[in-house]
Ligand binder design. Sequence first.
Ligand code: ATR
Length: 283
Amino acid sequence: MNSTADRYAVVGYPVKHSRSPFIHAMFAKQTDQNLSYQMMEVTPQQLETEVKKFFESGGKGLNITVPHKQAIRSCTRFQTPRAELAGAINTLVLMQDGTLLGDNTDGVGLLTDLTQNLNAQLRDKRILMLGAGGAARGVIAPLLQQAPTELVIANRNVERADRLVEEFMTLGSLSSVAFEAIEPVPFDFIINATSASLQGEMLALPTGIVGEHTLCYDMAYAKDGTVFTRWAKQQGAAEAVLGWGMLVEQAAESFFLWRGIRPDTKPVLEALLKPPPRTSATP
Ligand code: ATR
């Protein structure tokens, strides 16, 4: 990287645990792109001013993360259809004419991880999605586009799930349910889009929803697994997967929007999952 490097950053609050700088640095190296990627810790009150400053000072693109994905929509008049459907933006791109385009790459990130990295087919399958917040709404449309038999949204506050069903019902077979009322028949996929894993809390899920063919996916990620993936294994799931792949794939899609090049995600995912080097007492 030299002084003429194009500038990118991730904006969040807090943001210091973000792995995006590591991921984009690897993408840049791999594709020989001259760019820098920083972290910007920005409070909700500072969001609009700091984003404006970043682009006025020559910045080329931003990733937007928690808690700003919805609020950032007021910073741009132009959104891709998938960002509009998700009701959230995770990528801002400075276009050639100087306008800002807001996009959302989370849905494609999850779908790429499921269908390409994990070789899963969603067509004619039953999917249970846990959660009805921002993370959930961002992936409903892309999941329904895969034509599952049904997508059931379960949430602690079932009214939030009801509202999502109303909004997305024209896109496919969608229903809402409270956790305790989930029919105890194994699903093909159970996707955890709640933030409960981040707080180390397990959801009050009934038994009988996991079978030996069920793939359980936590959109959260942690080196040693989450309460949800541990629960899934105990229930006998075929696979219990953490959201590392989604993280890297959504980043790759942002990188493609900014640079027009698709990085190879495999080595980056491997590097993220590699255990830290063991320290030794001898030199
Ligand atoms: P995000 O943008 O990360 O989705 P959010 O909009 O605050 O954040 O949504 C958080 C989601 O996690 C919601 O579905 C929330 O359930 P409620 O709508 O009932 O609040 C869910 N969630 C968080 N902690 C939870 C817990 N301990 N048990 C069950 N659901 C939880």
